[in-house]
Ligand binder design. Structure first.
Ligand code: ZN
Length: 121
């Protein structure tokens, strides 16, 4: 469990992302939106679509991210932030810094992505 300064650090990080998402309108999301685990696939698809479609996608994606950030902030408050929801092991701080909204350690995330690929999702 994270506490003290680390907890404050991630709370600030998440609040900062939240404010940026909620506060912006037509700006592209830049590096803030790049917290989706499937961002690479998404970017490839998006670049082939029109600007209008791209903006709609960004908004849908932003609103999902807002929900994720709020959930992460709740986990910080109840003390479960930084714990993998699948295996219960701590998620590495480096991973949390890159993807503060993540709920899975890298091992479980990779496993999940492999499973999804096998199921054709
Ligand atoms: Zn795990």
């Amino acid at each position: 469990m994270l506490k003290g300064k680390k907890r404050d650090y991630f709370r600030r990080l998440l609040n900062g992302q939240l404010n940026e998402l909620v506060g912006k309108n037509s700006h592209t999301a830049g590096n803030v939106a790049d917290t989706s685990e499937k961002s690479l696939d998404f970017t490839d698809q998006a670049t082939q679509e029109s600007d209008m479609d791209f903006n709609i996608h960004m908004k849908e994606r932003d609103s999902k991210l807002v929900v994720k950030i709020k959930e992460a902030l709740e986990r910080i408050e109840d003390g479960t932030y930084g714990i993998c929801e699948v295996c219960g092991q701590p998620i590495s701080e480096d991973r949390l810094k890159v993807r503060p909204v993540t709920t899975m350690c890298i091992t479980c995330k990779r496993k999940q992505e492999n499973d999804e690929r096998l199921r054709g999702l």
